[in-house]
Write a protein that binds this ligand. Structure first.
Ligand SMILES: Nc1ncnc2c1ncn2[C@@H]1O[C@H](COP(=O)(O)OP(=O)(O)OP(=O)(O)O)[C@@H](O)[C@H]1O
Length: 351
């Protein structure tokens, strides 16, 4: 798909045309959508009026899940309810089922048993397009598209294919991507990411015209993991600024960021979320967990605890254990730092 997007964008089509062409490709090849679509519009229409809330309510009811073609249940009997506008953090050790939970509420998969409900109706009953349109999702796999930076960010906008320079800059600043883009020679017009050139040799025949087009293209600029994460965050802010977004969900959005970058990103997400429901998955305790209305703690595919930071610390269970492991790392760092200081003082005394 990345190569197809690149081919479509070779002539640097306006974004709108590109997206239409991409949609046509799916239609032309009649690619089957394995996810059965519902027919309920989202947001729900209540009589003549749409439900007024700015956030999305999400409920898991006795959800069990195993990945298609596998036998291991990775989520077992998960039940919780997130109220509209709440900020929720999902924590747990590696492999505890956080990302799998994430994939169910944005309907990448359907549960094997049980139900995921959105605003009181099964998620599967809604038109998928409508419900996804109401979500701003920031995933772990944040590889930029092989398009200009401008297009990479504009793609986030739910209702405006050609956002203004001002809107783009606002999103870049919010995502913390403005400083590194400013340093690139072509700034927002930089095209990122090397493109697999295998398609130039389809059926063993090289295509000289395409080869020349590639040679004429801007040389690739590489970005670090953290920069690419900032870019994905900018795209998400572009989406958050659009109309109709009710859920912001982010799966470890700061894993590649330095502590300052992480703090800034979370602060801006909190500032700009309005009344939207927010769900974060994180391994790091601190900024997020302290402010969360509810923390869901997963262990081996089960929801073992839920509550706020203070309640869960007082409970002394899995959350406390995970929290203390991180806290101990800081305490031992402090200890070694202070012992280093003592050592250096004693050395200097000896000197
Ligand atoms: N695509 C997949 N196919 C089969 N099993 C999978 C798939 N993705 C994840 N799993 C399995 O599901 C279980 C839960 O994984 P998941 O990624 O949800 O955990 P996680 O809590 O997000 O872990 P991490 O903190 O490492 O990201 C694991 O045992 C994992 O091996």
């Amino acid at each position: 798909v990345r190569d197809v997007v690149y081919i479509l964008c070779f002539g640097l089509n306006p974004l709108g045309e590109t997206l239409i062409e991409l949609r046509d490709i799916y239609a032309r090849f009649d690619i089957e959508n394995l996810m059965k679509d519902g027919d309920e519009p989202y947001p729900r229409v209540d009589g003549k009026n749409e439900l007024k809330s700015k956030g999305m309510e999400i409920e898991f009811r006795n959800v069990f899940f195993k990945y298609p073609g596998t036998s291991k249940m990775v989520l077992e009997d998960i039940s919780f309810k997130i109220k509209p506008g709440q900020m929720v953090v999902i924590v747990g050790a590696n492999g505890s089922g956080k990302s799998s939970t994430f994939k169910l509420f944005n309907r990448i998969y359907d549960p094997t048993e049980g139900e995921v409900l959105v605003d009181g109706l099964p998620l599967s009953s809604y038109k998928l397009k409508d419900v996804r349109r109401a979500m701003a999702i920031l995933r772990q796999d944040h590889t930029p598209y092989p398009l200009s930076l401008r297009m990479n960010i504009a793609l986030g906008s739910p209702d405006n294919e050609n956002p203004s320079e001002e809107e783009l800059i606002k999103a870049l600043q919010a995502g913390g991507a403005d400083r590194f883009i400013e340093k690139l020679p072509k700034k927002l017009d930089t095209v990122l990411d090397p493109v697999q050139l295998s398609w130039l040799n389809l059926n063993g025949e090289s295509n000289d015209v395409l080869k020349k087009m590639v040679a004429d293209k801007e040389k690739v600029t590489d970005v670090s993991g953290g920069e690419s994460q900032r870019l994905a965050a900018a795209r998400t802010f572009m989406r958050l600024g659009g109309s109709g977004i009710r859920l912001l969900a982010a799966d470890e959005p700061t894993s590649a960021l330095d502590p300052e970058g992480e703090y800034e990103l979370f602060s801006r997400l909190k500032e700009q979320r309005g009344g939207k429901t927010v769900i974060f998955i994180t391994h790091r305790f601190g900024h997020l967990t302290k402010y969360a209305d509810m923390i869901l703690v997963l262990k081996d595919g089960r929801l073992v605890e839920s509550g706020n930071h203070t309640e869960l610390l007082a409970k002394g269970g899995e959350y406390r254990r995970l929290h203390d492991v991180q806290a101990r790392a800081f305490i031992s760092l402090d200890d070694s730092a202070s012992s280093e200081m003592t050592d250096s003082k004693s050395t200097s005394k000896l000197d």
